[in-house]
Design a protein around this ligand. Structure first.
Ligand SMILES: Nc1ncnc2c1ncn2[C@@H]1O[C@H](COP(=O)(O)OP(=O)(O)OP(=O)(O)O)[C@@H](O)[C@H]1O
Ligand SMILES: [Mg+2]
Length: 290
């Protein structure tokens, strides 16, 4: 199972929308995909038409040692959701008492690592949250979601430094990638911003940019991924293209990482391959342009 976090310390920039719809697109391409709602706002849960108060949630997994399998619910678009409720905030308060407070999610996800090809972790906007720290510790790829607005470049540079530093502090190894979203290509501002982001971040930036689309808001209101609401929409095609890119991460240098390689299950599979010239620790180490 490859674990990807959708992050930014900025609120409302499209993290939850990206988690749900990238999940929907990966599933449409035949991948088994788990969405983990790591935000006490529970927007991913609501955006998939689910109710975090209806049964066990991620809170019970993180705080009461509940098996994640017992909290999973089926969601539209053949997705599987590990839901959240407002009670997830309790984890913030009591996690300090745990022995390894940032590793709880990582350990819990091991149990379902053979059931899914991808787990997408929808993070809260607070980067200093212990929930975000848990997501980073569990992830092999960190998707920084950047909204095409004023000061997007400055915000993205700051966020990259922040998440890079968090990864180093925690000794987490993840690949940081930038996803541009809410782009309106009709405006000169957005086109210039895109060029500036690509110049600054180069290959760390996905070629696919998610355009502004009212269909994404409608899909969230209907509680479904956009490809379920309107498979022919441009939003659905943007996320299909992104899913294709995500699936090719790690393949660029001719290295295919097995599910376990990304997840490090040493007893079951051989060690991951390391492409020539890559730093010790393999292709998933933090690589941030300065
Ligand atoms: N590409 C897009 N085009 C149009 N609207 C979008 C797009 N992406 C997201 N939105 C809308 O923007 C709003 C914020 O998006 P979303 O909830 O995904 O952000 P977030 O980063 O998860 O927010 P939070 O920090 O509160 O968790 C939502 O109403 C969503 O429907
Ligand atoms: Mg969100």
């Amino acid at each position: 199972m490859r674990v990807l976090s959708l992050v930014n310390q900025k609120g409302g920039c499209g993290k939850t929308t990206a988690a749900i719809n990238l999940g929907g697109a990966l599933t449409a391409q035949g991948e088994r995909c788990l969405i983990v709602d790591l935000d006490p706002q529970a927007h991913a849960t609501l955006g998939l038409g689910c109710d975090g108060d209806a049964g066990p949630t991620l809170r019970d997994v993180l705080l009461d040692d509940l098996s994640p399998r017992r909290a999973l619910v089926e969601a539209p678009g053949d997705l599987v959701l590990l839901p959240a409720s407002a009670e997830l905030a309790e984890f913030e308060e009591v996690s300090e008492r745990q022995l390894h407070p940032t590793q709880v999610l990582r350990e819990a996800l091991r149990e379902v690592a053979n059931d899914f090809d991808y787990a997408l972790l929808d993070c809260p906007a607070r980067a200093d949250s212990i929930l975000t720290a848990n997501a980073l510790a569990a992830s092999s790829v960190c998707l920084l979601v950047v909204e095409a607005g004023a000061f997007a470049l400055q915000g993205a540079v700051r966020a990259l430094r922040l998440f890079d530093a968090m990864g180093e502090r925690q000794d987490s190894r993840f690949d940081l990638r930038i996803l541009g979203t809410m782009f309106d290509r009709r405006t000169r501002f957005a086109r210039e911003l895109l060029v500036a982001l690509q110049a600054r971040f180069g290959e760390s930036m996905f070629d696919t940019v998610i355009r502004q689309s009212v269909r994404l808001r409608e899909a969230a209101a209907h509680g479904v991924p956009v490809n379920v609401l309107d498979r022919g929409s441009r939003a659905a095609s943007d996320f299909q293209a992104l899913a294709g890119e995500v699936r090719s991460i790690g393949l660029e240098e001719g290295v295919e990482l097995s599910a376990e390689a990304a997840y490090e299950v040493p007893h079951e599979t051989p060690a991951p391959l390391t492409p020539p010239g890559s730093p010790a620790g393999g292709p998933w180490s933090v690589g941030v342009p300065r």
